[in-house]
Ligand binder design. Sequence first.
Ligand SMILES: Nc1ncnc2c1ncn2[C@@H]1O[C@H](COP(=O)(O)OP(=O)(O)OP(=O)(O)O)[C@@H](O)[C@H]1O
Ligand SMILES: [Mg+2]
Length: 265
Amino acid sequence: MTPAPILSVRGLTKRFPLRRRLLAPRAWKEAVRDVSFDIPRGSTLALVGESGSGKSTVGLMLLGLLSPTSGEILYQGKPILRPTGRERLNLRREMQVVFQDPYASLNARMTVGETLTEGMAVHRIGQSAREREERAAELLRQVSLSPDALRRYPHEFSGGQRQRIAIARALSVGPHFIVLDEPTSALDVSVQGQVLNLLQALQAERGLTYLFITHNLDVVGYLADEVAVMESGRIVERGSVEAIFDQPREDHTKRLLNAIPRVEG
Ligand SMILES: Nc1ncnc2c1ncn2[C@@H]1O[C@H](COP(=O)(O)OP(=O)(O)OP(=O)(O)O)[C@@H](O)[C@H]1O
Ligand SMILES: [Mg+2]
């Protein structure tokens, strides 16, 4: 039996107003149209599709960073679109995000230690600053960085190391669900594999659930349980990794699969 979904999305739609020409009627860009899916606890759903197909917009709505035009999002069976203050705080702990660009997503003025303990302090994790720092050092070990990193600044690290720091920050508040929006596409190919291995190991250890947004179908084959293919704001195909790779039903998916060079094995 598949476990109950940790996250469900029903009829999610997002329209952005387009800039309006004088006297012209209001025009809209429908970035996401009537999207529905469930993500079983502990699994990875890959959201793939061409640039502009609406993937990040879906991720931002799940995280409460964009409000949907219509539709519903359920977390552990409960609607989360209009959370109370306390619910919002809980959700910020439960759901975390890792973005593509590890240069832009870390605060350059904060040490790694400050970056990793900030969320813990907000969510009252750890009894003291000292205990939070110990937890931060442990998180660094889990992402294969030395605890010496605590006193250093983001510019002292490589892209791959920064992405490990961003992952450690996401983990610092003990989330159960993580949106990974192209987390490896800014990295060198050799480093991409290491970060993917890390994400996979952390998922197995902590029972995390991932929404993995990517262009890279190699990554999908490696990490995902299920795939949803987006085109022009809609999910046009959805299934297990095997089914989509072996027998894509939509021409669009076939084009996507052909467009990406696949590494053997
Ligand atoms: N704030 C916004 N205002 C207006 N239009 C937007 C806004 N955000 C996104 N869009 C439009 O919505 C569509 C979907 O954008 P989105 O960023 O979700 O695509 P994506 O699939 O993540 O693309 P990529 O693979 O390039 O990251 C695009 O046409 C984009 O231009
Ligand atoms: Mg995007």
